[in-house]
Design a protein. Structure first.
Lengths: 113, 114
């Protein structure tokens, strides 16, 4: 099956701890994205990457970090500097052209207490 | 700057009736427009897109959307709603120079009553 996997589905952490969310795709897509979803706010872009070893900040990058060492993987680290990390995190990928739709993973719900 | 507005947080319709979910956009240059659907605790699923050509775009599950350049709108429609259409719907816009970066609206919760 081709697609995007995110793990784990639910994640619980104590305040002050860094946590890494996994995102893997086997669609051979060049571009990958991380979004944060909060109720009533739609999707906000955290980071995106158009090619391996390169990535750009989105609208809400503060307190987050990413890496893109392999085409199929784009992990997101939520650091202790993120003021309000509890949210639903969505990873997506696309063939990188503007006309191409993005394919989304099932999401990870992070709860920090 | 690119942006999308979905003026209704909630839309309620009876099963069998037509439904419309509204979207207006702001973008410099030619827009590329998308609709996605999200079921509870799931990722987004692509429904349809407008890139160029015919203003009426047909997509998955019987949905369609009409691009109106003068009104800068891209409303999602379906002639006959199903209870299973109940979900959260997102409109998104981009333009060619942004290389696939999408700007999403806040979403509209559609509820179809049996």
């Amino acid at each position: 099956d081709g697609g995007i996997t995110q793990s784990p589905k639910y994640l619980f952490r104590k305040e002050g701890q860094n946590v890494t969310l996994s995102c893997e795709q086997n669609l051979n897509h060049d571009a990958m994205y991380w979004y944060r979803q909060d109720p009533g706010q739609g999707l906000r872009l955290i980071y995106y990457s158009q090619i391996v070893n390169d990535f750009q900040k989105g609208d809400i990058a503060e307190g987050y970090s990413v890496s893109r060492e392999k085409k199929e993987s784009f992990p997101l680290t939520v650091t202790s500097a993120q003021k309000n990390p509890t949210a639903f995190y969505l990873c997506a990928s696309s063939p990188a052209g503007a006309v191409d739709e993005q394919y989304f993973g099932p999401g990870t719900r992070l709860t920090v207490t | 700057a690119q942006s999308v507005a979905q003026p209704e947080d909630q839309v309620n319709v009876a099963e069998g009736n037509p439904l419309t979910v509204k979207c207006t956009y702001s973008v410099s240059g030619n827009p590329y427009l998308f609709w996605y659907v999200q079921y509870p605790n799931r990722g987004l699923q692509f429904l349809l897109k407008y890139i160029t050509g015919d203003n009426l775009v047909k997509g998955s599950y019987g949905f369609e959307a009409e691009f109106n350049k003068s009104q800068t709108s891209f409303h999602l429609k379906k002639p006959s709603a199903l209870v299973s259409d109940s979900a959260l719907y997102f409109c998104a816009v981009t333009r060619g120079s942004t290389l696939g970066r999408l700007y999403f609206g806040r979403g509209t919760q559609l509820t179809v009553w049996p």
